[in-house]
Write a protein that binds this ligand. Sequence first.
Ligand SMILES: *Cc1c(COP(=O)(O)O)cnc(C)c1O
Length: 217
Amino acid sequence: MSLPEVVAHLRALEAEAGREPGSARLVAVTKGQDLESIERQVLAHGSYPLGEGRAQELRDKAAERPDWEWHYIGPLQRNKIKYLRPVTLVHAIEAVWQAEAIAEAAARWGHAPDLLLQLHNGEEQKHGVLADELADTLRGVRETGLTVRGLMVMAPDSGADLTPPEAETRILRLFTETAQRAHDLGLPELSMGMSGDYPQAVRAGATLVRVGRSLFQ
Ligand SMILES: *Cc1c(COP(=O)(O)O)cnc(C)c1O
């Protein structure tokens, strides 16, 4: 696929779900892509936020193209937070200390990114805030003074072992539950869906879909 095809598909999925055109916005995931490919395969078609998942790569690219809109979608380590200066939205906050470190750096930068909290997907051990701890984490993150705009979630890889209809149902359920939690917390943004599962994400109400591979094939 190419970016125009992915965007046309998003518009069709929105229409099917009875959603406003453009309400599921594309975040073009550009990790591993050079600036020339990003220009040719993404920005030649319109202006899109660019999602980077490795902090040093983000710093290097954004230094060359400070006028582009950069999101950080990867995991956050303390010693990498200094590289997030160009970013307008951080998708995967998992702990209050991360927001505190960003707030401290932002005071030096003179501007701050907005944040999304990553919800644990209930199956993988590694990343995300457990559902039970979401309200407390949200409260702690807001105490830093930064703005939390929504939730982010990733479907577990274990879905790949299942036959397609079963995997899709499970992913759709995770996305629908995430949308419900965001709604309950009064959070408007939902970052859900990648190349393999963005149709389910749009059905469940994603407002930001993070697509990489499909744009660059
Ligand atoms: C790489 C990545 C994506 C994009 O995945 P594709 O399969 O390339 O579309 C989305 N979200 C996160 C957090 C990623 O690391």
